[in-house]
Write a protein of this length. Sequence first.
Length: 255
Amino acid sequence: AFMNELRGFKDLEQQVKQRLQLDHVVIVPGDSDELSWVKQEMGKACVRYMKGILRSDDTVAVTGGGTIAAVAEMMTPLEQAGNCLFVPARGGLGEQMENQANTICAEMAKKANGTYRLLYVPDPLSEESYQTIIEEPSIKEVLTIIRGAGVVVHGIGDATTMAERRKTPQEVIDTIQEGKAVGEAFGYYFNEEGSIVHKVRTVGIQLEDLQHTNCVIAVAGGKSKAKAISSYFNLGQSNVLITDESAAKELIKGS
Ligand code: BG6
């Protein structure tokens, strides 16, 4: 039965890979909506994948969120890749401390025996402050490092859940709902077709930057995130997806 299960996952991984046009898919058993250890299993799978690709002195940009926090929680020293530098992917997105990219980045770096640089920018930013802040030398330096990261590890969220979790003003929530946004990643909100409905104005990695990144790893699971995951991949910006059984089964429905 165990071998069947393993085989079954290989098939499922293959189907999701084709469906979303990815280079690589890893599926862990279960549903992270229901059981929190499934999120930790995704975290472990992500750490394993990272260990396979990271080289000494690589720069890794990470987003916030509970799923990437689980990757940080599961991180262990990177023996084959010394001196890796961890940075947050983007500036503040209105998240609570434990969900912020800065917090997660520092924890991951410590557990990996790497180093980190943080980004201190207030959010939300007015256009005027944004233009001033990106010219600030200390910010500019970190931003150059971030935008040149070779590896990006990010979460994907359900649009409404994310808008509510962040301190999103009502008029923005209206835009997100009117635009029928279903998914969110990096502070961008997408509709089912993958078009951008709204973008949180902050510094750091922009969606276009991902085209020049060696490896972009998305980590997201749970049946409730299936729509969000497929909306994000309609833009086709990540190479790798680490997910769970429940999201995977939902993703291949109707194919
Ligand atoms: C946020 C990321 O912090 O976490 C988002 O910036 C992502 O891009 C979200 O969608 C996912 O959160 P969680 O808690 O569902 O992993």
